[in-house]
Design a binder for this molecule. Structure first.
Ligand code: PGA
Length: 259
């Protein structure tokens, strides 16, 4: 049987808590009108939206889980401006993105910091979405497998077997993020298979691999059908209820046909 799809919306630094509230309410209405049968849904809201978003999901019993876009690797203390795993847990956050390429590139998130952060997340028994992916220069010099393989190994090296089962991997080639240029299905398919095989080698019993990079309602069905991904990490198209729900339904329909 095919693996259950998972679609995660990454709002990035968009939507204040009022706008976030509206979006989640709209998602609720659309999903009530046409419920999903198989697809799991997560929204990763900005920190300041989390309380509101999590309250409305809880009050309206929406079939959506709450995620954060980042977290500190430290438990508490003198880390001005940072947010800890336990603070997020108190807000019913159950998923955390770790090592998104924008954080790696713009906020000095090295492989070591990614590994440290991932350990903090799984230690608390939360689900982590480890983001990996190569830049265009790496792809053009055919070093993408070596590069992504090393990101995976570095991140998972010091995580024990139960902890590794809490890690979902999002493969996001950098040139496809926010550009409108989705990676071709064959490339996504190759890299999904590569990541899955590497995770299996690292002892992960049920590897879950998502794709991210300019996913929208039009290309989601093809990607899910042709590339063997378990779902998507969606940026731009997750900011509008209609476009996000189109992706969710595309995944759900494909899964229904595959079973
Ligand atoms: P995008 O972003 O869908 O806007 O390309 C994906 C991501 O950054 O996770």
């Amino acid at each position: 049987m095919a693996r259950r799809p998972l679609v995660i919306g990454n709002w990035k630094m968009n939507l204040d808590f009022v706008e976030g509230l509206h979006l989640v309410q709209q998602l609720g209405v659309l999903l009530k009108h046409r419920p999903l049968e198989y697809t799991d849904v997560v929204v990763c809201a900005p920190f300041v939206d989390l309380r509101t978003v999590s309250s409305v999901i809880d009050a309206d019993r929406l079939p959506i889980e709450v995620g954060a876009q980042h977290v500190s690797a430290f438990d508490n203390g003198s880390h001005t401006g940072e947010i800890s795993v336990s603070m997020l847990q108190r807000l019913n956050v159950s998923w955390i993105l770790v090592g998104h390429s924008e954080r790696r590139a713009n906020y000095a998130m090295s492989d070591d910091v990614v590994a440290h952060t991932l350990r903090a997340v799984v230690r608390a028994n939360l689900r982590a979405v480890l983001c990996v992916g190569e830049g265009l220069d790496v792809r053009e010099s055919s070093r993408h497998e070596e590069f992504v393989g090393s990101q995976l190994e570095h991140a998972l090296r010091e995580i024990d077997a139960p902890g590794r089962e809490l890690v979902t991997v999002a493969y996001e080639p950098l040139w496809a993020i926010g550009t409108g240029e989705t990676a071709p299905s064959e490339q996504v398919s190759e890299m999904t298979a590569f990541v899955r095989a590497r995770l299996t080698k690292l002892g992960v019993a049920t590897p879950q691999v998502l794709y991210g990079g300019s996913v929208n309602g039009e290309n989601a069905a093809t990607l899910v059908r042709d590339s063997g991904v378990d779902g998507f990490l969606v940026g731009g198209a997750s900011l509008k209820a209609e476009s996000f729900v189109a992706i969710l339904h595309a995944c759900d329909d494909c899964y229904a046909r595959k079973r």
